[in-house]
Design a protein around this ligand. Structure first.
Ligand SMILES: Cc1cc2nc3c(=O)[nH]c(=O)nc-3n(C[C@H](O)[C@H](O)[C@H](O)COP(=O)(O)OP(=O)(O)OC[C@H]3O[C@@H](n4cnc5c(N)ncnc54)[C@H](O)[C@@H]3O)c2cc1C
Length: 390
């Protein structure tokens, strides 16, 4: 078996700490949070106290200044038990990263320490009812008015939407300019005119709050701009490989986990005088998944390594997300099948994993968009420009 070689001893010690936290503070309560449709704020505070949020934020901004693998350990430990409720990944890997990378000194000093402590929860507001995959089509407007911008518009499917204190918001400051008219702002949820819509009912990830957000004449000072005016699209593009890598880490981890659950279950469960594992079909299904899960893990770990060295390109990240998310969905389906009727019962983690999985082929860039990115690179300069096709 190929051993993972990314982690050092300090990462392993950290993993043990995170695992204990997850087992004690999350696993026993997750079912209740699924009923509630949200996790409590206290969990964020406890996670902050333990150092689980935004591990890489430098000490000068209140963080621990650790390497990316410490964040990876947190994500993996959550996915390992199917804890899809806490929206730590969006908060840590996206919102805090945007602020660190593009924020002014003042923005960093204001938000990062609170985000590390779990006192401020972050959301990423890109998707709109009419603009998801095609991000440059966002319509939320930010119109300059003196030293302020006035924001009007609507976002949808926003993770941490009910809990968030700050949103990295994609707006149009020039609605005639397409991608070059997009500007990012940090918008606080206590600004007049900001409203949360309902907590959306989802197929899976039921303990995570996902919401519509409304902006009606929300006045934000120009000092809340993240990056320069008209630079939003370019900034978002630079962070997409990291987002896709995080999705690949999720899918690689869940795939391995559901295979383990299914090996354990089928080795015990009996039918026709033998265990389910004794059927050659069971062995073949699981062996096939195991082989591909190992490939997925090795490739994902390679991408983590490249990312740490600043060398992960968008095509490799797209390949990682494409292959791992498709495998993830196939694995939960095939494993659930081997659980029979029990696999369909919510009390069995495989059932939740099945429901949670479906989003991975859609959010953070659909599998079709991943294929488009890969194909563009393959046919570089050799495809007919859109204008000529139309
Ligand atoms: C649970 C959940 C959480 C989310 N969290 C967030 C969040 O925190 N912040 C945020 O901003 N967004 C979030 N999203 C939104 C997510 O990123 C979008 O759903 C995703 O980008 C797809 O956009 P869309 O839903 O508008 O689908 P559309 O863009 O309407 O696409 C629909 C389908 O059309 C096909 N398609 C689209 N483009 C192409 C193409 N170029 N070629 C071929 N086929 C194509 C694909 O099959 C795609 O699934 C979340 C979504 C979900 C479900």
């Amino acid at each position: 078996m190929i051993e993972r070689s990314l982690f050092r001893e300090d990462h392993d010690i950290w993993r043990a700490t995170v695992r204990r936290f997850v087992e004690e503070e999350i696993v026993p309560f997750h079912s209740q949070w699924e009923h509630d449709g949200i996790v409590p704020r206290e969990l964020w505070l406890k996670a902050g106290e333990m150092g689980l949020l935004c591990c890489t934020v430098p000490e000068e901004y209140g963080g621990l200044g650790l390497d990316y693998l410490f964040d990876v350990v947190v994500f993996e430990e959550l996915w390992r038990v199917g804890a899809s409720g806490p929206g730590f990944l969006i908060h840590t890997d996206l919102v805090a990263t945007y602020i660190r990378s593009f924020g002014t000194e003042e923005q960093k000093r204001h938000w990062l320490p609170k985000m590390v402590r779990g006192e401020a929860i972050g959301s990423l507001g890109m998707t709109e009812p009419h603009a998801g995959s095609d991000l440059k089509a966002v319509r939320t407007q930010a119109i300059r008015d003196g030293n302020d911008f006035v924001v009007n518009g609507q976002k949808v499917f926003i993770s941490n939407g009910q809990l968030c204190d700050v949103v990295v918001l994609a707006t149009k400051t020039d609605s005639s300019a397409g991608a070059s008219g997009i500007t990012l702002f940090l918008v606080e949820s206590n600004r007049p005119g900001f409203a949360r819509g309902r907590n959306l009912e989802k197929l899976g990830m039921k303990a995570q709050d996902t919401s519509e957000l409304y902006f009606e004449n929300v006045r934000v000072p120009s000092s809340n701009m993240l990056g320069g005016e008209g630079q939003g699209f370019g900034l978002m593009m630079t962070k997409l490989p990291q987002e896709r890598l995080a999705q690949a880490i999720r899918s690689a981890t869940v795939t391995e986990t559901v295979i383990e659950w299914t090996v354990d279950y089928t080795a015990e469960r009996k039918a026709f005088g033998q265990t389910i594992a004794d059927f050659q079909n069971t062995q073949f299904v699981l062996a096939d998944l195991k082989a591909r899960a190992t490939m997925a893990r090795v490739f994902t770990d390679k991408c983590i390594d490249l990312f740490q060295r600043g060398k992960l390109d968008p095509v490799d990240a797209a390949m990682a997300k494409l292959v791992t998310s498709e495998l993830h969905c196939e694995a939960v389906d095939k494993c659930l099948q081997l659980f029979g009727g029990w696999g369909y019962m919510w009390e069995y983690p495989i059932s939740r994993a099945y429901a949670d999985a479906r989003v991975v082929k859609i959010a953070g860039g659909s599998v079709e968009v991943m294929k488009m990115i890969i194909a563009r690179e393959m046919f570089k300069g050799r495809l007919t420009p859109r204008a000529k096709r139309d």
